[in-house]
Design a binder for this molecule. Structure first.
Ligand code: NAD
Length: 517
């Protein structure tokens, strides 16, 4: 096959130019976009305009990506630890120095405000920094004289070609949870980003090249289900790291297991924040608003339900509603930065609105209604106003399902135990938080709650890079979390070696094998 090489899509302006640019794949150290191939539109969610089109990989492109990644890994796997480390440090320096460029790209295609985009890069950088110290994390162990004259040791070797399939909501951070660790451990990576905001991946690919990573070690395969299926079905791919919605995560987990691949598939969430009567309600209201409406609620760790225990609900409702009145919604790239931007697409905005309709039909109180919200000068943007719902029935689909928008619901309960039972009854188990000044209550909460990541007076408890990120239940299929020690274990295969060497002094000929002992 022939794949045309093109220049990178670097015009991230808000006006769709004549004949919008194509965001291509990154294969063998170059942008490629076969002429006449399938594409999908990429929008600026703040304006509703199409700013680019993204190439969707067909079987030929997938085959080229796989061949390049396999060849790249053979080269990279032979690099010494010191040489690999030098490339990682160079990548870290470049990413840190040029993070503003990446933040602008993210904001243009995702819609989040620039400070949020900068925040996701900062969290991703933490993982690059962890990966720079990889030699200590991929060390094997050694046991001398496990039996008489026998030593046992372990090696941690790369898997080979690894695949990452990422969601739209963190186009830089989620891939950065995985690829620094995978690459540090000696693997090559094929990243299949979300087709909704594909340019951040391409930008990071160029950065790797500048950092000195050999071609083929980092590949970007743009596309949809066809690209994902191509990766899942290929015997070349040794592992799959997926992040996205729960139904797709479960499908990926099952499909990867069928072809005997290692798999970690992180799914959706419905995160509760439980508020005890002794909590500081001004602090709680500030944190609920940040965690519920930041990034327009399109965070897997966003708080979507406040459980008000023992009579705090009325005060809390009033405090949250008051703060919502002061939130500014607008184009994330405006210099006078708003607090939140638009949703990712018109279809997603309509889906979020449909959940508010469901809550209303089920008898909930819509305290602040974001349906039909528009921003002056951006009437075609995909905006949805911050919404507050109270007295939501816990049988309502608007309570049980993930909404993934700026919608915060309040559930009223009488006791601590009722709150814990409610959280534990859900199908998701990504994150949760408790707000209290009672250490004993917080301790019971951390022990009894069936959720993977817990905040105590911290609303979005995303672990730092040297711990690991992952939920329970339908929020993570597989047993390996992202980054930290879990990450290094996931991206390496261990070999145990048992050795016996005969002591030359015991040889019959008494020559000591020519060694003067
Ligand atoms: P999504 O499931 O629609 O898409 C995720 C990825 O899967 C994308 O790359 C997409 O192209 C691909 N994909 C979509 N449909 C597919 C199919 N039928 N077969 C194969 N691949 C397919 O998710 P999204 O809308 O991009 O992201 C939002 C979701 O991701 C939310 O549910 C959110 O909670 C979740 N998320 C979870 C975490 C976490 O850590 N648990 C982190 C971020 C996002």
């Amino acid at each position: 096959m022939t794949i045309a090489q093109t220049t990178a899509h670097t015009d991230f302006s808000e006006q769709a130019p004549e004949g919008v640019p194509v965001v291509g794949h990154w294969i063998d150290g170059a942008v490629v976009a076969p002429a006449g191939g399938h594409t999908a539109p990429v929008f600026n969610p703040a304006t509703g305009q199409v700013t680019a089109s993204v190439a969707l990989a067909d079987d030929d492109v997938i085959a080229a990506a796989l061949a390049s990644a396999a060849a790249g890994q053979r080269v990279w796997g032979g690099y010494s630890i010191a040489k690999r480390q030098a490339v990682l440090f160079a990548f870290r320096e470049l990413l840190s120095a040029r993070r503003g460029e990446l933040a602008a790209i993210i904001s243009a295609e995702h819609g989040k405000v620039l400070s949020d985009a900068a925040g996701e890069i900062a969290r991703g950088l933490e993982v690059v920094e962890l990966a720079c110290g990889f030699p200590a994390l991929v060390q094997g162990g050694y046991s001398e004289n496990a039996s008489t004259g026998i030593d046992v040791y372990t090696l941690k070797q790369p898997l080979g070609v690894t695949a990452i399939i990422s969601p739209f909501n963190f186009p830089a951070m989620v891939p950065l949870w995985f690829f620094p660790v995978a690459i540090a451990a000696g693997n090559s990576v094929i990243l299949k980003p979300s087709e909704k905001d594909p340019s951040a991946a391409l930008w990071m690919a160029r950065l790797w090249q500048e950092a000195g990573l050999p071609d083929g070690v980092f590949t970007v395969l743009q596309g949809d289900k066809q690209a994902v299926d191509g990766l899942l079905e290929s015997p070349v791919v040794q592992s799959v790291s997926f992040v996205g919605s729960t139904p797709i995560a479960q499908n990926i987990y099952e499909a990867a297991a069928k072809t005997s691949k290692r798999v970690q598939a992180l799914g959706g969430a419905k995160n509760h924040m439980m508020v005890l009567p002794d909590a500081d309600l001004d602090l709680v209201a500030d944190q609920a608003v940040n965690a519920g409406y930041g990034a327009a609620g399109e965070r897997c760790m966003a708080v979507s339900v406040v459980i008000a225990v023992g009579g705090v609900a009325d005060t809390l409702q009033a405090k949250i509603a008051d703060r919502i009145g002061r939130l500014r919604v607008g184009n994330g790239r405006d210099v006078a930065e708003p607090d939140l931007g638009p949703l990712i697409s018109a279809a997603h905005r309509d889906k979020v609105a449909s959940y508010v309709d469901i809550a209303e039909a089920d008898g909930a109180d819509i305290v602040v209604d974001g349906r039909g919200f528009t921003v002056d000068g951006h009437e075609d943007g995909f905006f949805f106003g911050p919404t507050l719902i109270d007295n939501i029935p816990t049988t309502s689909r608007a309570y049980t399902e993930e909404i993934f928008g700026p919608v915060l619901s309040i559930v009223r309960v009488d006791t601590f135990d009722e709150g814990v039972d409610l959280i534990n009854s859900g199908v998701f188990g990504n994150g949760t938080a408790i707000f209290t000044n009672d250490g004993g209550a917080a301790r019971r909460f951390q022990s009894e709650i069936q959720v993977g990541m817990i905040g105590i007076n911290v609303p979005i408890p995303v672990p730092v890079a040297y711990h690991s990120f992952g939920g329970w239940k339908n929020s993570l299929f597989g047993d390996a979390k992202a980054y930290g020690r879990h990450g290094f274990d996931f991206f390496t295969r261990e070999k145990a070696i048992t050795t016996r060497w005969i002591d030359p002094a015991t040889r019959d000929d008494n020559t000591h094998g020519g060694i003067n002992l």
